[in-house]
Write a protein that binds this ligand. Structure first.
Ligand code: ATP
Length: 359
């Protein structure tokens, strides 16, 4: 049984097809992120699931019940969905407890008080039940918004960029808390984000979208290590880009040949190499250097990793340079020669005419 299913959902605004034939099924307790660049239709898909946008085409099912489609359209309040948006939208004139109790009017007083206490406890805000929202930080308010959405025990939680109004440090803390609250309560969740790292942090599975369509659906590891196209490969961070031609089933690169899979012989291809796929070793003897060597242009410590800018010694001067990411502190001096070993699991080959990496 699926907790939430979107089946062939399409949605247009005038002539603009914002969501194009989206099908997505969430298992109970699963956290799925809709990820993609601005304007790709994530929010529209979420709003259709919530019932905030009337369904135009397809079906929406919650716990296998059709809530939209086949001539039916349940209003949002009857779908048993919890909603959290980027603006926490707490009622300023109500206390935290009253805010959380707002969606529980159908319960008896004692039951309602217990639910409010449980929900605030779950998000670590039990001590703030009697205060007003303006006395809380943004992160605390967002936790209350989460408690308010969870308190009615919705069948599905729908979160739209819930952390984007928080500063970087607080965002990490609140999303960590949120993940554990959602998992602890076993709540099925569909969350919208444009941030690939956030999606990887939160999601059991990611649905990557582009221009209204779902490009790829899978675990974060699937998307990172088996991207279906150049867009998917490059969406998860900076990537080195090369062009080549398939010869004898391979494409030559300055770091060694990469298998071209089933791409036709002689066809023009693009090769995308993650910066962490370039493994570097200093060359002791100076020149002549071994094949696949590079010279250091600059090296910078970026915190957990070092970023090394490299020029291939096999390419003419003026050719584009490459980036390697090395764990920890690795700061070779400028002009030093380094040998490169390529981790081929992080080098991807696609037809050159299949769309550019950047989107
Ligand atoms: P963002 O991350 O910027 O919110 P998104 O991926 O969530 O983007 P949507 O908000 O779903 O994208 O928008 C998809 C497309 O539909 C965009 O081109 C947007 O301008 C358009 N759109 C969204 N809502 C409306 C609306 N109410 N009326 C007209 N066009 C809209």
């Amino acid at each position: 049984m699926s907790a939430l299913a979107l089946e062939h959902v399409s949605h247009a605004f005038g002539g603009l097809l914002a969501v194009d034939d989206l099908s997505l099924t969430l298992a109970r307790g699963e956290v799925v992120c809709l990820l993609g660049p601005s304007g790709c239709g994530k929010t529209t898909a979420l709003r259709v699931a919530a019932g905030l946008e009337p369904l135009q085409q397809g079906r929406v099912l919650i716990d296998d019940e059709v809530v939209a489609g086949e001539g039916r359209e349940k209003p949002p309040e009857d779908r048993s969905v919890g909603l959290v948006f980027q603006d926490y939208a707490l009622f300023p004139h109500l206390t935290i407890a009253e805010n959380v109790a707002f969606g529980l009017r159908r319960l008896s007083g004692a039951e309602r008080r217990q639910r409010v206490a449980d929900a605030l406890d779950l998000v670590g805000m039990a001590g703030s039940a009697g205060v007003y929202p303006h006395t809380l930080s943004g992160g605390q308010q967002q936790r209350v918004a989460l408690a308010r959405a969870l308190a009615p025990r919705p069948r599905v939680m729908l979160l739209d960029e819930p952390f984007s109004n928080l500063d970087a440090r607080l965002r990490q803390q609140v999303r960590d808390d949120t993940l554990h609250v959602l998992k602890q309560s076993g709540t099925t969740t569909l969350m919208v984000t444009h941030d690939p790292e956030e999606a990887m942090f939160m999601a059991d599975r990611i649905a990557l979208m582009r221009a209204g369509r779902m490009v790829q659906l899978g675990t974060p590891a699937n998307l990172y290590y088996q991207p279906v196209d150049a867009f998917a490969a490059s969406f998860f961070g900076e990537i080195n880009y090369l062009e080549g031609i398939v010869e004898a089933g391979e494409v030559a690169t300055p770091f060694g040949a990469v298998a071209a899979g089933k791409l036709p012989e002689g066809s023009p291809v693009q090769v995308l190499i993650r910066p962490e796929a370039l493994h570097l070793t200093p060359v002791d003897d100076g020149c002549p250097v071994p094949p696949h060597s590079v010279a250091v242009m600059a090296a910078r410590l970026m915190g957990r990793t070092s970023l090394v800018h490299l020029r291939s010694l096999e390419l003419p001067d003026g050719a584009p340079h490459f980036h390697a990411r090395v764990p920890g502190r690795f700061l070779p001096p400028e002009k030093q020669c380094l040998a490169v070993a390529l981790d081929r699991a992080q080098a991807f080959v696609f037809p050159r005419n299949s769309g550019k990496a950047d989107g």
